[in-house]
Design a binder for this molecule. Structure first.
Ligand code: ATP
Ligand code: MG
Length: 251
């Protein structure tokens, strides 16, 4: 059975794309078949994986019903559905489409038998608009990256309210896989107190793995590589491998 995981937080720059790419790569290292879908009009995941933002077929055309999800195989073994800068327009273009929140779910369900994946990871944009709703409707689990910074928790109530509404109206089976603390620097007292606050507030919903601040995680996408291709011995690789272990155990 394919497990679909949406990586979501409407706050910008918290590590959604970094988590999607490197968790996908870590799961693939564990011999899983993994697809990563770029649902963000910034197309950061697409570029992080060394693809162009001008790929001929993208999730945008698929969302508009022009063709099935376009699957691009990377040399390292991951499969990607690229995005493009036009994707942001889909939010308004699909506004009158019946069942507009269900489009991505339908596209994933229609992947041919020969292209079934163990995990489909969806990188969401920093908003709670239609593209994110499509990801939430398609997902079995959510992973919510939270940056160990001031105001990290701001917006969590809003996310929890949206999840409750999606469960009620669109996707009753949606589960919170977990909150993951990112960009953590143990030398900073503020980082430690934010991490403790997140753990106190969401207890068993917080992954044990904390993603540490690691410059290699910021450098790898510039080379179009995931962390295992860029520097498999670094802290970032270690942390995402540890997160993958926890994700493999999600029931
Ligand atoms: N653990 C980390 N250590 C160091 N740098 C990191 C780490 N995680 C992410 N970054 C860097 O922080 C920036 C924001 O990360 P990322 O793009 O993954 O966030 P995002 O939530 O996807 O952003 P957006 O909301 O714009 O889509 C990037 O430059 C990324 O390389
Ligand atoms: Mg992003």
């Amino acid at each position: 059975m394919t497990k679909v995981i949406a990586v979501l937080n409407h706050k910008g720059g918290v590590g959604k794309t970094t988590t999607t790419v490197n968790l996908a790569a870590a799961l693939q290292q564990k011999k899983k078949r993994v697809l990563a879908i770029d649902m963000d009009g910034q197309a950061n995941l697409t570029e992080s994986c060394g693809l162009s933002i001008e790929e001929e077929r993208t999730v945008y055309g698929a969302m508009k019903g022009e063709y099935p999800l376009p699957l691009v195989g990377l040399s390292g073994g991951l499969t990607i559905v690229p995005s493009c800068l036009d994707l942001s327009a889909a939010e308004s273009e699909l506004i009158n489409e019946p069942g507009r929140e269900l489009i991505l779910k339908g596209l994933i369900a229609k992947l041919p038998e020969s292209r079934k994946f163990d995990y489909v990871l969806i990188d969401c944009p920093p908003s709670l608009g239609l593209l994110t709703l499509n990801a939430l409707t398609a997902a079995d689990y959510l992973i919510i990256p939270v940056q160990a910074q001031f105001l990290a928790m701001r917006g969590m109530t809003k996310i929890m309210n949206v999840i409750a509404t999606v469960r009620e109206r669109l996707n009753p089976g949606l589960a919170i896989g977990g909150i993951v603390i990112t960009q953590f620097d143990r030398r900073k007292t503020l980082n430690k107190s934010v991490a403790e606050l997140v753990k106190d507030s969401f207890c068993d919903k917080v992954f044990k793995t904390v993603i540490r601040d690691n410059v290699a995680l910021a450098e790898a996408p510039i080379k179009g590589k995931n962390i295992f291709e860029y520097n498999k011995g670094c802290k970032g690789a270690e942390d995402y491998m540890s997160l993958a272990q926890e994700v493999l155990k999600l029931k």
